[in-house]
Ligand binder design. Structure first.
Ligand code: IGP
Length: 275
């Protein structure tokens, strides 16, 4: 089996196994390089140990327009280490060398891909066994080319669908690969106490128009919220709440004598999301 098949199958197989087990995928997001690339590898090991099923590896960006303050701060910290797409792939390889099995999705704005070069980007994603990617600001007129290239490379281009997508939902779902990411609320990322009204109906409508798994994200930060969405979603994405946990543990994570303590706090927080 080629690296391409292996990586794409890795994500498909994860959703299929969880469906068999009647479970919902827990999909954390973190910013690679926050607080530093090596610690990110240590954190990824803890996330899988805590029960994470698929991981969104965030490429830090200087102008994260869809992100709230928590992820903006994480991007700033990571950018002090000059983290690039290559760094993220090295971190992914480092986690694999530590025995991490879960599929990786690269989360990046479009500009870093353009800087990297499309051809080289897809070759590199394929070579490092990345299962998919999420590009929140991919212009619709460029998505056709990106969809073709990602299909050829066997790297799923995972679409974001918002409650306001209405008449564009069919077009978005038509070319969808991997899974569909339903955004629970309008605005930027960040923990929320409530979500867009009729969010359940919105997600059920999306599910009725695709055979792909459907995950929800934006604002989810507690085990109660994960449990509620798990009743009708195949996956739940948690980003800012975990990034905030990492941020709060930085004093321990950057102290060699207490790093383990900080990592265990992160593992505990993520494990509790699945309870
Ligand atoms: O941070 P939240 O509110 O838990 O939402 C997930 C989010 O972090 C992750 O999927 C993501 C990070 N940056 C984004 C920008 C757009 C859409 C999604 C994202």
């Amino acid at each position: 089996m080629s690296m391409t098949d292996q990586s794409q199958n890795r994500m498909d197989a994860t959703f299929a196994r969880l469906k068999e087990e009647g479970k919902t995928a827990l999909i954390p997001f973190l910013t690679v390089g926050d607080p530093d690339p090596q610690t990110t590898i240590d954190i990824i090991v803890e996330l899988e140990a805590a029960g994470a099923d698929i991981l969104e590896l965030g490429v830090p960006y200087s102008d994260p327009l869809a992100d709230g303050p928590v992820i903006q701060r994480a991007s700033q910290r990571a950018l002090t280490h000059h983290v690039t797409i290559n760094t993220c792939l090295e971190v992914a390889d480092g986690a694999r060398q530590r025995g991490v099995e879960m599929p990786f999705i690269l989360f990046t704005y479009y500009n870093p891909i353009l800087q990297f070069g499309l051809e080289r980007f897809f070759e590199t994603m394929q070579a490092h066994g990345i299962s998919g990617m999420i590009i929140p600001d991919l212009p619709v007129e460029e998505s056709g080319e990106m969809r073709e290239r990602s299909k050829a490379a066997g790297v799923s281009l995972i679409p974001l669908v918002a409650p306001t997508s209405h008449d564009r939902i069919a077009a978005i779902l038509d070319g969808a690969q991997g899974f569909v990411y339903c955004v629970s609320s309008l605005g930027v990322t960040g923990e929320r106490a409530s979500f867009h009204n009729n969010v359940e109906q919105f997600i059920r409508d999306v599910k009725s128009n695709t055979d792909l798994p459907v995950a929800v994200g934006f604002g989810i930060s507690s085990s109660e919220q994960v449990r509620e969405f798990s009743k009708f979603c195949d996956g739940v994405v948690v980003g800012s709440a975990i990034v905030r946990q990492i941020e709060s543990q930085i004093p321990l994570l950057t102290n060699p004598e207490r790093k383990i303590e900080g990592l265990l706090q992160i593992r505990k927080f993520v494990a509790e999301l699945k309870e």
